[in-house]
Design a protein around this ligand. Structure first.
Ligand SMILES: [Zn+2]
Length: 127
């Protein structure tokens, strides 16, 4: 069970764990981001879903797991407007680097989410 911290009364946020590579598994933009650890540059991606053949539930659309980078969900991203650093030049450089950094594929996103949420994945041999 993850540790939690409380910043606003009555609101608790999980404390991000540190991955083996020394980086946070994720940032909680409200209370865990530390400017001295780098610039806060955000991106978001789309995971396309569709109704299953019986129209009963959502399933992952094949376009989200075709091996290509996922589509970004906001044309204004990556975005560094929430970074609290005071080094505009370095922050702009970080944003430019982010613009050149490929967003994850569906498979890569699955691994990112699993790591952030503390899951271990096992792939079925039939797929
Ligand atoms: Zn910055």
């Amino acid at each position: 069970m993850p540790q939690v911290s409380s910043v606003q009364s009555g609101t608790q946020y999980p404390v991000p764990e540190i991955a083996p590579h020394g980086s946070h598994l994720y940032f909680d933009s409200i209370n865990e981001y530390r400017p001295e650890q780098g610039h806060y540059v955000e991106e978001s991606v789309l995971v396309y879903l569709r109704l299953d053949d019986k129209s009963e539930k959502w399933i992952v659309d094949g376009s989200s797991i075709d091996g290509c980078a996922l589509d970004t969900s906001n044309e204004d991203y990556p975005f560094n407007g929430d970074c609290t650093c005071e080094n505009e030049e370095a922050c702009t450089a970080a944003l430019e680097h982010a613009r050149k950094t490929r967003v994850p594929t569906g498979d890569e996103l699955m691994h990112m989410l699993a790591e952030a949420l503390g899951y271990t994945l096992t792939k079925k041999e039939t797929i």
